[in-house]
Design a protein around this ligand. Structure first.
Ligand code: 5GP
Length: 189
């Protein structure tokens, strides 16, 4: 998506360690019009799949996921990073955080992910694929199945995308970044 790449070039910032800062328009302050365009494109790409629900992980995945769910007419559920005392019968998985460099547990109530569900996972970034791997585990525990994964930004210089595609998973990313070396954002073609 050309307009998304242009926005990333204009407002994104490269941080040390291969991190792209997009907090002015994606994951702190959000541009709702941009987010809606991105969600429309993800909904268009996955519109041909039979789907029962959209799954994401808090917090940055929620905005794109809820818009995709709205456009496809599907319920949206997000995995929580802290287990609320009110949650019974939870599914849980351990995830390594790329940006924080530590492990955390994600949990999801079995009430909102059922055996036989076809699930679309949506998130803001794909880097090493750890969050995606954790979601695969939750989907497996529930006896649900994955229809595909959609990301706003894939950092193609990290192994997550290749790892997921090797498993035969349909992965769609709206911007694919080949390199952030030297503070320069280069898109994969
Ligand atoms: P992964 O689990 O694929 O290694 O990393 C994905 C998660 O880490 C995303 O949910 C996202 O929140 C965060 N993340 C990974 N890379 C970046 C990055 O370059 N910038 C920002 N802002 N978040 C990132």
């Amino acid at each position: 998506m050309k307009m998304f790449e242009e926005r990333i070039l204009r407002d994104g910032k490269c941080l040390p360690g291969g991190v792209l800062k997009v907090d002015g328009f994606i994951n702190h302050q959000m541009d709702p019009a941009l987010m809606m365009s991105l969600a429309r494109e993800l909904a268009r790409r996955f519109g041909d799949e039979p789907l029962d629900r959209v799954l994401t992980v808090e917090a940055s995945g929620i905005a794109p996921a809820v818009l995709v769910g709205y456009l496809l007419g599907l319920p949206v559920v997000f995995a929580k990073k802290k287990s609320p005392s009110t949650m019974e019968n939870a599914l849980s998985a351990r995830v390594r955080s790329f940006t924080k460099g530590r492990d955390y547990d994600v949990c999801l109530s079995r009430d909102f992910l059922h055996a036989g569900d076809r699930v679309l996972f949506i998130d803001d970034f794909l880097a090493n694929g750890n969050a995606a791997q954790g979601m695969l585990e939750l989907i497996g525990q529930a006896g649900a199945s994955l229809a595909g994964m959609g990301f706003l930004i894939e950092k193609a210089f990290q192994p997550g995308g290749a790892m997921l595609r090797e498993k035969g998973i349909r992965v769609e990313s709206l911007a694919r970044i080949e390199s952030l070396d030297g503070g320069r954002i280069v898109f994969a073609r």
